[in-house]
Write a protein that binds this ligand. Structure first.
Ligand code: ADP
Ligand code: DP6
Length: 325
């Protein structure tokens, strides 16, 4: 029996990963850059055993059906190949984040699974190799190996596509992200399906590709110079652009709801009233607001006037993946 357990935190992209050039290897069309957060995470234990005849996947204490288990088995196959074993496994995972709601459960979930496999099968992967392994499960997961800011270098093949930590002289310690949970139920269009449909059919997608590199450069400059306004403006612009591409897909779709628009307007109103804060959104209706810690309470207060207290959750920069004994 071989056992391993790991905890990985979610990350929210400030420059988004949106589109793959290789679906099998999960190689992205563009570099992305994220902030790992401390409020949401996944703990996953994996046990490889001679006694099992098939893989089993428990998520939040529920045995998962065939399709979800197949996805896990596909990932386990990659780890098994590295360890040169065909042992089946039981995967027991707990999400301390709503699943498939646009709050990056795929990032923490697959990073934790990669970390647990690394431990259980004694793969002895360093952070770079672990990031590459996590990427094979879910693209955004490759960034959750690292704490603070992480950049996923798109690369051109399996070896060259992985995330690294972005040096920041502790800038992330000045920041907070306020999550406005508009809907924590499973979304209609997964990130995977949404980005595929956009790449294949959206006439706006080329515009995304033409400008994402410039956004990334500006965002990295903002980190280096600790320029919060520039960081926020670039993040907000990049996120809106990503969501713009879905409107021109065939058939068109959007992850926004009426409450998402209300939350975005609240951010703009806060700025007008002199509180610098900026929003971003992922593949779901929830809005994430980036703010300096010194203004976190003011932002929370504005949102708890409009939404319930349980819908407003604050996070700070979180750590990289950790092994749990
Ligand atoms: P999210 O916004 O939550 O990342 P996605 O649609 O991108 O939503 O990804 C959700 C998918 O991630 C799930 O359907 C499942 O396949 C996978 N996932 C989520 N949590 C876990 C976990 N703890 N272990 C393994 N896979 C997970
Ligand atoms: C909008 O990493 O969940 O959150 O690689 O298909 O598993 P797959 O997709 P996933 O997509 C994340 C998309 C995003 C932007 C981001 O996190 O960069």
């Amino acid at each position: 029996m071989h056992r391993g357990k790991a905890r990985a935190y979610t990350n929210i992209a400030l420059i988004k990963y949106w589109g793959k050039k290789n679906e099998e290897l999960i190689l992205p069309m563009n570099n992305s850059l994220s902030l790992t957060l401390d409020a949401f995470y996944t703990e996953t234990e994996v046990i490889f055993s001679e006694e099992l005849t098939e893989d089993r996947f428990y998520l939040d204490e529920q045995l998962q059906e065939q399709n979800a288990t197949k996805k896990i088995s596909k990932f386990l196959d990659i780890a098994r190949k590295k360890a040169n074993t065909d042992l089946k496994a039981t995967v027991i995972s707990q999400n301390f984040v709503p699943t498939a709601a646009g709050l990056a459960s795929s990032a923490s979930g697959l990073a934790a699974l990669a970390g647990a496999c690394n431990e259980a099968l004694h793969l002895e992967l360093d952070d770079q190799a672990l990031s590459r392994l996590a990427r094979r499960g879910s693209g955004s997961a490759c960034r959750s190996i690292f704490g603070g800011f992480a950049e996923w270098e798109k690369g051109s093949d399996d070896l060259s596509s992985y995330a690294t930590q972005v040096p920041s002289d502790h800038f992330e310690d000045e920041l907070a992200m306020v999550f406005v949970l508009i809907n924590d139920q499973k979304k209609d269009v997964s990130s995977r399906d949404g980005m595929r449909r956009t790449v294949e059919t959206s006439s706006f997608y080329q515009g995304w590709l033409d400008s994402v590199e410039t956004d990334l450069c500006e965002l990295k400059q903002a980190i280096q110079t600790k320029d919060f306004q520039k960081l926020g403006e670039t993040m907000e612009r990049n996120g809106l652009k990503m969501h713009g591409t879905t409107l021109a897909a065939k058939p068109p779709f959007t992850y926004w709801s009426a409450d998402s628009l209300k939350a975005m307007q609240t951010v703009r109103d806060l700025r007008t009233s002199g509180i610098p804060c900026y929003f971003t959104m992922d593949a779901g209706p929830n809005v994430k607001v980036l703010v300096e810690k010194k203004n976190q309470t003011a932002v929370q207060a504005a949102f708890t006037e409009l939404f319930s207290r349980q819908q407003v959750i604050s996070a700070h920069a979180g750590p990289g993946i950790t092994i749990i004994e």
